[in-house]
Design a protein around this ligand. Structure first.
Ligand code: PLP
Length: 419
C-alpha cells in the first residue's frame, strides 16, 4: 500500500494524517487514496497498451460515485451487475457504450433499462437469458450486442466462495452449450448480435496459470466458432487479479499481461478487462476506534466501533486484513488479541489472535488495511447499525464522499403498519 505510509510515527494516506480524519469525521470511516486508485488503473491499462484494451472497472468492488467518476474520467468503462449499478453509472456520466453487464439473474426490467440505455454488452449467463434479451430487444426494435459468458471449467485456486468457473458454479455457460448457441440460436435470434466471449474465473487469484488456461480455452473456442461462420470480435477476460493482504505474492499487472498477450497475438480481438479488487483493494483503509479493552482469563479483546456489518470479509471468507494503530509508540510489548465489533454474533470479528502493542487503550485509532474493495460495498445495517462515512484523499487534502448514515436513514423506507 504505497500511498499509506508512516511518517514521523504517524500513518498517512498520501499527505493526510489518518488520525486527523478519524477525529474530525468520526469512525468507522473508509479512507481512499486518489493517487493509488488512478495508479492501479493505469498499471493495468498500460500493461496491455499495445492492444488498447477497454478496462471496465468492476463497480461491485467499490461503487462509491466519486471513485467510479474518478476512474471513468481516467478512461475506464464499467462492469455492472444490477440495475442499481446501472443507475449509479448513469449518475456519473460514463459513456454508456463502455458498460458491460454480467449477472446470472437479470430481470426483464433490468434488461429493458440497460438495452434502452445503449450499453456495450450483456454478458449472457444462460440460454434462457439470451432468449429474454432477444425478445426485449425486439420489442424495443433494437439489435443488442451480447457476449456469452463461458464457464471454462478451470479451478482458480482461490477461496471456494470466490471461485466462479468450475462446473459446480452457477456462473456462465459450458463450452458445449456455447457451441450449441452459435449453431442453433445465433441466426434464429434476430435481435441479438452474439459477437463476444466473456469469462471471469474468480477473484483474488494470485498466479497467472488459471488465467492462461482459461484464456487459451476461450481463444480456441473463438477460433473454432469463427471458422464455422461466427463473427466474434471481442474477448472479455474478466477481473480476478489478486492483491497483497498479508504476505501473498500475486502476479503484477505486467506479469499478467506478459502471460496473456502472446495468446491474443494476431487474433484481432478487442480485449476487455474487468478488474475490481486490483484497483480498489489496496487503495483504501477502514479507520476504527477502540471502544473497550477487555481482558478475560484466556485472552484480550479489543472491542472496536467497526464490525462485521462494516467489513464482512473476515467473518464471511475468514479473510485476513492487517490491523495497525495509526500512531507508532516506542517500546511496549506485543500481546495477542482478538479485534471484534459490537454485533451480536460470535462470527463478528475483524481479526483473531493478532499481535498488537499491549499498551493500546480506549479511543486509540486502528487502521484496517486493504479494505478499499469489497469493504463498504458489502456493508449492511445489520443490528441497525449506521453505515460508515467515506473519504477520498488527494495529496494534502481530503473530501467526504459519503456522509455517515443517520438513524433516520435506517428507517427511511419502513412503514409502521396499523397493527
Ligand atoms: N467481473 C465479474 C463478472 C465479476 O463477477 C467480478 C467479481 O466478482 C469481477 C469482474 C471483479 O473481480 P475482481 O474484483 O476480483 O477483479
Amino acid at each position: 500500500m504505497r500511498d499509506f505510509q508512516f511518517k514521523k510515527n504517524r500513518l498517512l494516506c498520501e499527505g493526510v494524517d489518518l488520525e486527523k480524519i478519524a477525529r474530525k469525521e468520526g469512525t468507522p470511516v473508509f479512507v481512499y487514496s486518489r493517487k493509488s486508485l488512478l495508479g492501479r488503473f493505469n498499471e493495468i491499462k498500460d500493461a496491455f497498451k499495445e492492444i488498447d484494451p477497454l478496462v471496465c472497472y468492476s463497480m461491485k468492488a467499490n461503487s462509491n460515485l466519486s471513485i467510479c467518476r474518478l476512474l471513468v474520467k481516467a478512461g475506464a468503462g464499467l462492469d455492472i451487475v444490477s440495475g442499481g449499478e446501472l443507475f449509479r453509472a448513469k449518475k456519473i456520466r460514463v459513456s454508456l457504450n463502455k458498460i458491460v453487464y454480467a449477472s446470472v439473474g437479470k430481470t426483464d426490467d433490468e434488461i429493458r433499462d440497460a438495452l434502452g440505455s445503449g450499453i456495450l454488452f450483456f454478458n449472457v449467463e444462460s440460454v434462457a437469458e439470451l432468449k429474454r434479451i432477444n425478445i426485449i430487444a425486439k420489442s424495443l426494435n433494437r439489435k443488442q450486442k451480447v457476449a456469452i459468458r463461458i464457464n471454462p471449467d478451470v479451478d482458480a485456486k482461490t477461496h471456494h466462495y470466490i471461485t466462479t468457473a468450475t462446473k459446480q458454479n452457477k456462473f456462465g455457460i459450458d463450452i458445449k452449450t456455447t457451441n450449441n448457441i452459435f449453431l442453433s440460436y445465433a441466426k434464429k435470434l434476430k435481435n441479438v448480435d452474439i459477437c463476444a466471449i466473456h469469462m471471469h474465473i474468480g477473484s483474488q487469484i494470485e498466479t497467472v496459470n488459471p488465467f492462461v488456461q482459461a484464456v487459451k480455452k476461450s481463444v480456441a473456442l473463438i477460433d473454432d466458432l469463427n471458422s464455422k461462420g461466427a463473427c466474434i470480435t471481442h474477448l472479455n477476460i474478466g477481473g480476478g487479479l489478486g492483491i497483497i493482504y498479508k504476505d501473498e505474492k500475486p502476479q503484477t499487472a505486467g506479469q499478467y499481461a506478459k502471460a496473456i498477450l502472446p495468446i491474443l497475438k494476431n487474433k484481432g480481438l478487442k480485449l476487455i478487462l474487468e478488474p475490481g479488487r486490483f484497483i480498489a483493494g489496496n487503495s483504501g483503509v477502514l479507520l476504527t476506534k477502540i471502544i473497550y479493552v477487555k481482558d478475560t482469563h484466556v485472552k484480550r479483546f479489543y472491542i472496536i466501533d467497526a464490525a462485521m456489518n462494516d467489513l464482512l470479509r473476515p467473518s464471511f471468507y475468514k479473510a485476513y486484513h492487517e490491523i495497525i494503530p495509526v500512531k507508532k509508540t516506542k517500546g511496549g510489548k506485543k500481546k495477542s488479541a482478538d479485534i471484534v465489533g459490537a454485533v451480536c454474533e460470535s462470527g463478528d470479528f475483524l481479526a483473531k489472535q493478532r499481535l498488537l502493542p499491549d499498551n493500546l487503550k480506549q479511543n486509540d485509532i486502528l487502521a484496517v488495511m486493504s479494505t478499499g474493495a469489497y469493504g463498504f460495498s458489502m456493508s449492511s445495517n445489520y443490528n441497525s447499525r449506521k453505515r460508515a462515512a467515506e473519504v477520498l484523499v488527494n495529496g494534502k487534502k481530503y473530501q467526504l464522499i459519503r456522509i455517515r448514515e443517520s438513524y433516520g436513514d435506517l428507517i427511511r423506507n419502513e412503514i409502521v403498519a396499523n397493527v
